[in-house]
Design a protein around this ligand. Structure first.
Ligand SMILES: [Zn+2]
Length: 735
C-alpha cells in the first residue's frame, strides 16, 4: 500500500495496515505499543517487523534521539534517521519531517518506507515476512557512516540482535521481544577489518589493556594533555544517543570536533579505545583537561540502555582508571556529562544506576568484601573478588595464550599499564583449530578454549555459528557456500554476557577436491593408530598431516609430522586419554597445497583392541573355500595399511594359522579364482593379539612363502584388493 495524502497534520485521516487486519487511522496507530506498531507498519510496507525493531534498538536504543546531541553521527527520532533519510522518508510517506523526527509511529513508518525502497534497489528478493541474509546489503547501506568497515559493523550489530534475540523495553516502557534464530548465508560475508592507521602510534601510549581494540579518533578531535597523566582526576560518563558505530565514525570525522577516550557497546560491553589517556579528548568542555571520557552506546531516555554487559564492562574500565590514576571511587570524581560545569547536556540521564555503578567499580578495583552483594562481581569477572586475579596481581591468566592472540602487536597487551587489576589484557580465549595461517577445508571444524568465563561464541563472517553459546572447550563446524579468505571470530563472555575477550583470524577456506577418510584405532587407552585413505585427488598426494584438538601429532617411532607412504599411517602415544578429541587429517601435494581432509571424533568407548575377523583355523595341507563378500563377519580392519602398493580397501577374512614344525610354508590362492577376484594374502604376527596393519610380516598377491619361527603364532588374512571381493580358494603347503 502506497500512502497517499498531504503531509502533516493531515495524516489523521490516512489508513494504515495491510492484510486481514482492519486499517488503522494514524491516531490509532500512535496508540500501539512498539511491537504491534512494527508489525502493522511492517505489513504495510512488506518489511519484516523484527528487522525494524532490531534496527531501532541498534540505532537509538528505541528512544527518540536528536542530532544536536553531537556525540554520534547526526541522527534523529525513534529510528535514528540521518537528515537525508528524514527528507526521503518525508517524500515516501507524506508525513512531515517534524513528525518523523519526534513521533514513534511516524518514525517507524518512515523507516519501513526507506527499507522497502532500498530493498527494491539492492535486494529485490528479500522477504517481507522474516529478516534473512538477503537484507544484509540493505542494512549495510543504511547508516552511511563514511567508512565501509563501519557500515558493516553497524549491519553486523543489527544481525547480531536477530541471531541472538532480544528482550528489552523502549523509552515508553513497552516490551520488545525478538526470538533468536539462525540466519544462514551470512557466513560468506567477508568482514573488513578496522583500520589501523594511527592506532599503533596512539595505542602505544597509556590506555586500558582490557579494551578490545584501538581505533584512532581523528587528530582534529583531541589535543595534548599538557599537565600530563598525573592531572587526571575525573571520569565523565556519557551516552551516545545513537549507535556504537555511529559514535566511532563521528569521532573519526575530522569535522566533528568531538571524541571520547573510550566507547562501550551495550550488547556485550565491547570497548573501543579511540584516544590515548595521555591526550585530551574533546568530550566534556571544561572537564576535558583533567578527565577521561567514556561513551556508552545508548539513550538517556531509556533504562534498557543499561544492560548488564555495558555496566560491568564500563565499571571494569573505570576500576582500572581509578587504580592507574588514583581517582577516588565516588560521585565527586565519577560524574555525568550533565554534571560538568557549563554543560547543557543531559547524559547519561536519570536511568543511569549511579549507586550500582560505583559499587561495581569498587568491587573491580578492591575486590574482597567490596564485592559482597554486588551483582556482576562474580568469580568469572577478571580482577574481581577473592577468587579472581585480584588487585595487586599482575599475573592474570596466560596459560591459554596460543595462536594469534599471543604476544604483543595484536589487540591485547598494548599500553604501558598492563599490570592493572586482573591484567584484563591477557589472552583469555584462543582458537585451537584452525590456527592462523592454516588452509582449512570446507566445512571448517572450529575449536577454541578459554581460561575464564563460562561461554564461548563462534562467528563466521556475520553468521553466528550454531544456535547457542558453547561450553569450554568449544566445538562447532562452519559451512561456507563460497571458498576463499573468510573471517572467523571466537568470543568469550562472562556469565553476565560481558565480552571478556575476542580472537579473530582470517583463514583460506578451500574446497575439498579429493575424497579422504581418516581411520583411528585405539591400541591402548593412550596409544592410537591413525591412517588415511585418499582418492579422487587431482594431483599426487605427497604427505598427510594429523592433528588432535588442533595440535599436530607425529609418529612415535620416526617423530615425523608429515606422513608419507601408502596408508599414511602413524602410531602416536598421548600423555592423557585422547578419547573425545577431534582428529583432523589433511592431505597435501608436493607444493603443500591442500588436496583433501577429513575429521573424526576419537571414540574411546568402542573396542580398544580391533580384532581381525577370524573365521577359522588353517593348518598344513588344508585347502579351503571362502568368500570375502558373503562372509557376515568380514571386517575392514586392514584398510589402508602402510608400506604396501595399492589400496587395500576390500573386506578381509582372518584365519588362525597353525604351521608349527614346518620349515617352510607356501600359501596360495588356487586357480582360477585369483584371476577373477583380486585378493591379497597378508601374514600377521599374532603375538600382539591385534589385527593391526603394522603387525604384518609379509604380503603377497596370489601367494606367499615364509619360514615360520619356532614358538611364534601367525594370522593369515585374505583381503579384497582395491575394493574387490568375492569367492576364493586357499591352499597351505608345508615343507
Ligand atoms: Zn555526553
Amino acid at each position: 500500500v502506497q500512502l497517499q495524502g498531504p503531509p502533516d497534520p493531515a495524516h489523521g485521516d490516512q489508513a494504515f495496515g495491510a492484510g486481514d487486519v482492519p486499517p488503522l487511522s494514524y491516531a490509532e496507530l500512535s496508540e500501539l505499543p512498539v511491537q504491534d506498531l512494527a508489525q502493522t507498519v511492517g505489513a504495510q510496507y512488506d518489511v519484516p517487523a523484527d528487522l525494524i525493531l532490531a534496527l531501532g534498538w541498534v540505532s537509538t536504543s528505541l528512544s527518540p534521539v536528536d542530532e544536536s546531541h553531537g556525540e554520534c553521527a547526526p541522527v534523529n527520532g525513534w529510528m535514528g534517521l540521518r537528515p537525508a533519510q528524514l527528507q526521503e522518508a518525508t517524500a515516501l510517506t507524506g508525513l512531515s519531517p517534524e513528525a518523523i523526527a519526534t513521533e514513534q509511529a511516524a518514525a517507524l513508518l518512515g523507516a519501513a518506507a526507506l527499507l522497502a525502497a532500498r530493498r527494491e534497489e539492492l535486494s529485490p528478493g528479500a522477504s517481507g515476512q522474516l529478516a534473512d541474509a538477503r537484507w544484509w546489503s540493505v542494512i549495510e547501506h543504511w547508516p552511511a557512516l563514511g567508512e565501509a568497515w563501519l557500515n558493516q559493523e553497524f549491519a553486523l550489530a543489527v544481525f547480531e540482535v536477530l541471531q541472538r534475540g532480544l528482550e528489552v523495553r523502549d523509552a515508553n516502557d513497552a516490551l520488545v521481544v525478538i526470538d533468536a534464530r539462525e540466519l544462514p548465508g551470512l557466513a560468506d560475508i567477508l568482514l573488513l577489518p578496522a583500520p589501523t592507521e594511527g592506532a599503533a602510534r596512539e595505542s602505544a601510549l597509556h590506555g586500558y589493556p582490557g579494551a578490545h581494540r584501538f581505533v584512532a579518533a581523528s587528530p582534529s578531535n583531541y589535543s595534548n594533555r599538557s599537565a600530563g597523566l598525573d592531572s587526571i582526576n575525573k571520569v565523565v560518563i556519557h551516552t551516545t544517543e545513537g549507535s556504537y558505530s555511529g559514535s566511532i565514525g563521528w569521532f573519526r570525522n575530522s569535522s566533528s570536533g568531538v571524541a571520547a577516550h573510550y566507547v562501550v557497546r551495550k550488547s556485550d560491553g565491547e570497548i573501543t579505545q579511540m584516544v590515548s589517556d595521555e591526550r585530551r579528548a574533546w568530550h566534556a568542555g571544561s572537564a576535558n583537561a583533567r578527565s577521561i571520557g567514556i561513551e556508552h552506546e545508548g539513550a538517556a531516555a531509556n533504562s534498557s540502555t543499561w544492560t548488564v554487559p555495558i555496566l560491568e564492562s564500563s565499571a571494569r574500565l573505570s576500576a582500572w582508571l581509578s587504580s592507574s590514576y588514583d581517582i577516588p571511587v565516588d560521585r565527586t570524581h565519577f560524574i555525568g556529562h550533565s554534571e560538568v560545569a557549563g554543560s547543557s547536556r543531559s547524559d547519561p540521564g536519570p536511568h543511569f544506576p549511579w549507586d550500582h555503578y560505583i559499587e561495581l567499580v569498587k568491587c573491580y578495583r578492591y575486590g574482597g568484601s567490596y564485592c559482597n552483594g554486588v551483582d556482576g562481581g562474580g568469580a568469572d569477572a577478571p580482577g574481581s573478588g577473592s577468587s579472581g586475579p585480584g588487585p595487586g596481581s599482575s599475573s592474570g591468566e596466560s596459560a591459554g595464550c596460543s595462536g594469534s592472540s599471543c604476544g604483543d602487536g595484536g589487540p591485547h597487551g598494548w599500553g604501558a599499564g598492563s599490570d592493572g587489576p586482573g591484567s584484563p589484557g591477557e589472552a583469555w580465549v584462543s582458537f585451537v583449530e584452525p590456527r592462523t595461517g592454516d588452509p582449512v577445508a570446507n566445512p571448517v571444524a572450529l575449536r577454541a578454549e578459554r581460561m575464564g568465563g563460562p561461554w564461548i561464541e563462534f562467528w563466521a563472517g556475520a553468521f553466528r555459528v550454531g544456535s547457542a553459546t558453547t561450553d569450554n572447550p568449544a566445538d562447532e563446524t562452519a559451512h561456507f557456500f563460497l571458498t576463499g579468505t573468510r573471517t572467523l571470530s571466537v568470543r568469550l563472555h562472562s556469565s553476565g554476557g560481558v565480552l571478556l575477550d575476542i580472537d579473530t583470524i582470517s583463514v583460506d577456506v578451500r574446497s575439498e577436491r579429493g575424497e579422504m577418510t581418516v581411520y583411528a584405532s585405539p591400541m591402548t587407552e593412550l596409544t592410537w593408530r591413525f591412517s588415511a585413505d585418499v582418492s579422487d585427488v587431482t594431483r599426487p598426494v605427497e604427505f598427510v598431516t594429523y592433528s588432535v584438538d588442533g595440535t599436530a601429532i607425529g609418529d612415535d617411532s620416526s617423530g615425523d609430522l608429515r606422513v608419507t607412504g601408502a596408508g599414511f599411517a602413524l602410531t602416536h602415544s598421548f600423555d592423557s586419554p585422547a578419547a573425545g578429541s577431534i582428529l583432523v587429517a589433511r592431505a597435501f601435494d608436493a607444493d603443500s597445497r591442500l588436496l583433501a581432509s577429513d575429521t573424526a571424533i576419537l571414540d574411546g568407548e568402542g573396542e580398544l583392541v580391533p580384532q581381525c575377523a577370524l573365521v577359522g583355523d588353517l593348518g598344513c595341507g588344508d585347502r579351503i573355500p571362502g568368500n570375502t563378500s558373503l562372509a557376515p563377519d568380514a571386517s575392514n580392519r586392514l584398510d589402508a595399511y602402510p608400506d604396501l602398493p595399492g589400496n587395500y580397501s576390500g573386506p578381509e577374512l582372518g584365519y588362525q594359522l597353525d604351521v608349527s614344525g614346518a620349515a617352510e610354508v607356501e600359501i596360495r590362492l588356487v586357480d582360477p579364482h585369483p584371476y577373477i577376484v583380486n585378493h591379497d594374502l597378508v601374514l600377521l604376527d599374532a603375538a600382539s593379539g591385534l589385527c593391526l596393519a603394522d603387525s604384518y610380516l609379509q604380503v603377497g598377491f596370489n601367494s606367499l612363502e615364509f619360514e615360520p619361527e619356532p614358538g611364534r603364532s601367525y594370522i593369515l588374512v585374505v583381503d579384497g584388493y582395491a575394493g574387490d571381493a568375492g569367492a576364493f580358494e586357499l591352499e597351505v603347503e608345508c615343507r
